[in-house]
Design a protein around this ligand. Structure first.
Ligand SMILES: Nc1nc2c([nH]c(=O)n2[C@@H]2O[C@H](COP(=O)(O)OP(=O)(O)OP(=O)(O)O)[C@@H](O)[C@H]2O)c(=O)[nH]1
Length: 332
């Protein structure tokens, strides 16, 4: 399945750039991390921290990004590229999860850097890697780190023990976890134009389409970072605006999102989803379409995939789509 991070484009936050580490970062990285107050909070960092290890570590991070295994990045100030710390994610492919870690140099503490950087990396990962959850741990004696995780949206799930190189043995840790629902945008953004519904959830009418190419493959689009359920794959489409028919909404959405022209006659009603989400009830007619004009182009920067019917189940999709996928697979 496609991951969109073979070469890593830096992630921006309000104040920082999360970018691959470079050989030239080694001296500053060593200066910041070779500090007992920092090293004692990190499981895999020895203390004292040998200068050569900074070079080796930086070289290894590039290899692991290229292999799509781990993303250990510099947190660099946007205005002057000064390194203030690092944050990273290590994937567990089988478990569809990743482990988050971060540290900030002592001279840069107290500015809210860790939640800004680690939060961005976590949201990016859920939107762009094929993972469903992110785990993290904090030493029981590191209340500051637990606060960072809570600010990002992590839930505490238990306690455990972890080996800490700097402490010379196993130490008690608090364990945290976050999934898509935990790291969703602020509730205001997550509520999709609710209509008043006394005594119940608002019904949201969304029109979607299974575009089918001449090889009988179906187009899926990935929900981008910043939207609820970011990272899940879905059928192209969108909300039906007041006064619009589902067909007109689809024709508009397909032009806006994919740059293609579709006529109503080419939209064949196929099935519908009716699914209760936490804040609304989704009613989503799914049309099928085999004919359109123009080349399918991801105009909103979304990842696209043409997927064979038998492979559809390998793509993580919103829960409302699961029955549709089964129907579509049988039909195609
Ligand atoms: N287009 C589409 N939306 C789906 C599918 N499955 C599903 O649950 N949905 C939900 O239906 C809603 C679609 O709304 P949308 O795409 O217009 O809106 P959005 O939340 O992306 O925000 P937007 O208004 O900023 O575009 C979202 O809540 C989305 O999660 C699907 O297969 N295709």
């Amino acid at each position: 399945m496609p991951d969109s991070a073979v070469t890593f484009a830096p992630l921006e936050t309000a104040r920082f750039l999360l970018r691959p580490l470079r050989a030239g970062d080694a001296a500053e990285l060593h200066r910041l991390v070779n500090d007992w107050e920092v090293a004692k909070t990190l499981a895999r960092v020895p203390f004292p921290y040998p200068r050569d290890l900074a070079d080796e570590w930086i070289a290894s991070t590039a290899e692991r990004i290229a292999a799509n295994e781990a993303y250990h990045l510099a947190i660099a100030r946007r205005e002057d590229d000064v390194l203030v710390g690092c944050c990273g994610l290590t994937r567990d492919r089988e478990d569809r999860s990743a482990e988050l870690g971060y540290w900030v140099g002592r001279r840069h503490w107290g500015q809210g850097i860790a939640p800004e950087a680690a939060g961005r990396l976590a949201r990016w990962a859920l939107a762009n890697l094929d993972i469903d959850r992110i785990t993290a741990s904090a030493l029981v004696d590191n209340a500051r780190s637990a606060t960072v995780l809570a600010r990002i949206g992590f839930r505490e799930t238990g306690t455990g023990a972890q080996d800490f190189l700097s402490r010379g043995g196993a130490m008690p840790v608090r364990i945290f976890e976050a999934g898509r629902a935990d790291l969703a945008p602020a509730p205001a953004a997550a509520v999709p134009s609710p209509e008043p519904a006394p005594g119940g959830k608002p019904i949201l009418l969304v029109a979607a389409v299974g575009l089918i190419d001449p090889d009988n493959r179906v187009l899926l689009a990935r929900r981008p970072e910043g939207k609820p359920m970011a990272g899940l794959w879905e059928f192209p489409g969108g909300k039906v605006h007041p006064g619009e028919t589902p067909e007109a909404a689809l024709i508009r959405e397909l032009k806006e999102e994919l740059g293609i022209d579709v006529t109503e006659a080419c939209l064949a009603p196929f099935a519908f989803a009716s699914h209760g989400y936490e804040r609304f009830h989704l009613l989503m007619p799914l049309f099928l379409c085999r004919r359109w004009q123009g080349a399918v182009t991801p105009l909103e920067g979304q990842a696209l995939a043409w997927v064979r019917p038998q492979k559809l189940a390998e793509y993580a999709m919103p829960p409302a789509d699961v029955p549709l996928v089964a129907l579509l697979r049988d039909f195609l």
